[in-house]
Design a protein around this ligand. Structure first.
Ligand SMILES: *Cc1c(COP(=O)(O)O)cnc(C)c1O
Length: 225
């Protein structure tokens, strides 16, 4: 096994163990490989090894990766600036970082009619961390209704990124709150299937709290350039 193959196997084993430890089906947790700052050859190799979905948080850097590996499923996970929505709507299958109605409106209007609807997660900023995007928890339900009503968007779920300074208990509290909001959206009639939370250092905590997708960069690819 080459080093990338070993790291991919190790991450998949962590996901499976974390799921089994809390009585969940390992197949209920998807892996999103975060390829920002990584080499195109490693992305191609990851595809060859069975990784299907990749996340990018910076449009300009993502374009080269997407053009090199067009068959992969590309997720935008960074802040969405309004002057970038047209390119994002054209190039990505998913946008996980929708946090205001104006961005949702633009993505819907700019998603070409001939393409499948854009899969959307609402990013929620649970701990009010000013360094991160995301709407306030109280704004999730209204924004979910906005997204659900727009053509060319399909509301799939929620995404969250905790602030950097939490201990394990604090992380768990953030992930539990996100799960709680996710369940409230479902109870309100939104057929969500995606709760995107957990990264290289905390994916076990996120899976214990109900994550259905973990976004893993450095544990898969090694340090970023
Ligand atoms: C970079 C990034 C990740 C992956 O972080 P790692 O710690 O390298 O696993 C996950 N989610 C988002 C939104 C990111 O920007």
């Amino acid at each position: 096994m080459n080093p990338l193959e070993q790291r991919i196997s190790a991450v998949i084993a962590r996901i499976e163990r974390a799921a089994v430890d809390v009585g969940r089906d390992p197949a209920s947790v998807r892996l999103l490989a975060v390829s920002k700052g990584q080499d195109v050859d490693d992305i191609r190799e990851a595809v060859r090894l069975g990784v299907r979905a990749f996340g990018e948080n910076h449009l300009q850097d993502a374009i080269g990766h997407i053009e090199a590996v067009p068959a992969a499923e590309w997720h935008f996970i960074g802040r969405v600036q309004s002057n970038k929505t047209r390119e994002i709507a054209l190039r990505f299958a998913w946008v996980q970082s929708v946090d205001r109605g104006r961005i949702a409106d633009r993505l819907a209007a700019q998603r070409p009619a001939g393409m499948a609807p854009l899969e959307v997660c609402i990013q929620v900023n649970i701990d009010g961390d000013p360094a991160k995007g995301g709407c306030a928890p109280a704004d999730v339900l209204p924004l979910a209704s906005t997204v659900a009503a727009l053509p060319q968007l399909r509301l799939r779920g929620l995404m969250t990124i905790p602030a950097l300074d939490h201990d394990r208990a604090g992380l768990r509290a953030v992930f539990d709150s996100a799960h709680d909001i996710y369940q409230r959206c479902r109870a309100a009639g939104h057929p969500l299937d995606t709760l995107s939370m957990g990264m290289s250092d905390d994916l076990e905590v996120a899976i214990a709290a109900g994550a259905t997708m973990v976004r893993v960069g450095s544990a898969l690819f090694g340090p970023r350039a």
